[in-house]
Design a protein around this ligand. Structure first.
Ligand code: SAM
Length: 309
């Protein structure tokens, strides 16, 4: 904890100084500090700081910058959710991870916090790709990946257009929610509705499937209302045709500021000729994190599901 506090203090001090002196935002001041550290112009390193210490200190500094800046697309996936996603990736790929690396893509990588939380958990076993349209966020992701020595290839572009990415073993993605404005691009998607605008979160699911190997897995942080909208019939059909639902895990309400923002973890597997649909779909609700007994029961349920696979 001491390392995280000290490092956060140094980063924040640098960010605030540059915010004032150069008339930039706090988040831009933070990026300046991270890049200066990376290029050896300043030294913020702490003795014995782990990759997680560095990620967490940067995460707190980014959160502070985002709160001050209030740009609607500036949202970061918090630790609690990243760790849960990482736990499921670890459970599903447990056998392969014993002796090989896996490839993971996050097509809405943002600050990189979700992807790096998963990568630090599976340290040394993941090669990753991230795509993000926002320049400031992707530069924050690039600097944090370098400082934590995690191998991520990053592409700044609209993730719903063609990607220069080989199919991956797994996708992790905290889906951007809302309408996708570029109708010329949306028209090529199976999930483009015949009338009205496309949902970005639906198109992200389809695009993620396009870049996943047959039999690979997709771990989405998706709005809890994913299967209740007027376009959800089409989404259901698409998923039935191309994927198997492996799990739907409701997250504790207490994590979210209001009901409209509630999310679930949806785990899909891309269909493959040589594979069969899962025997059992895991439907579970993560209890309140403070309730240790209920949490133990939840993890027991996941363990039984995994053993039955
Ligand atoms: N997991 C990220 C993190 O930990 O920082 C947060 C992801 S946030 C919920 C969704 C991200 O999708 C935002 O950073 C937003 O800029 C990005 N995004 C939205 N539409 C996009 C698009 N068409 N192509 C690429 N990125 C997009």
């Amino acid at each position: 904890m001491e390392n995280i506090e000290k490092l956060f203090g140094l980063l924040n001090e640098h960010a605030e100084k540059f915010e004032k002196e150069q008339d930039i935002t706090l988040l831009e001041g933070l990026l300046d500090g991270l890049e200066a550290w990376l290029y050896g112009e300043v030294d913020f390193s702490q003795k014995d700081a782990t990759k997680e210490d560095i990620r967490k200190a940067i995460q707190i500094a980014i959160l502070k910058g985002m709160r001050k800046g209030s740009q609607p697309n500036h949202q970061m996936t918090p630790d609690t959710l990243g760790l849960l996603v990482g736990y499921f990736v670890e459970q599903i790929f447990a056998e392969r991870l014993e002796n090989e690396k896996i490839s993971i893509m996050d097509p809405a990588v943002g600050t990189g916090n979700l992807l790096l939380t998963v990568m630090n958990l599976l340290d040394g076993k993941v090669e990753a790709t991230g795509v993000e349209v926002d320049e400031l966020l992707i530069r924050l992701a690039a600097a944090t990946a370098d400082l934590t020595e995690q191998p991520i290839s990053l592409y700044r572009q609209d993730a719903l257009q063609d990607l220069l990415v080989n199919p991956v073993d797994a996708v992790v993605c905290d889906l951007p929610v809302g309408y996708y404005p570029n109708e010329e691009v949306a028209i090529d998607y199976e999930l483009c509705p015949s009338e009205g605008m496309s949902y970005a979160h639906h198109l992200f699911i389809e695009q993620s499937m396009n870049y996943t190997k047959d039999g690979g897995y997709l771990f989405f942080l998706a709005p809890s209302h994913l299967f209740d909208s007027e376009q959800s019939k089409q989404l259901h059909k698409y998923i039935q045709k191309h994927a198997w639902i492996q799990a739907i895990i409701q997250l504790p309400d207490s994590i979210f500021a209001n009901k409209a923002l509630e999310k679930s973890i949806v785990i899909l597997q891309k269909q493959a000729k040589e594979l069969k649909a899962p025997k059992e779909v895991l439907l579970a609700k993560v209890p309140n994190m403070q309730n240790k007994q209920a949490l133990a029961l939840f993890f027991e349920k996941v363990k039984m599901w995994k053993e039955g696979k």
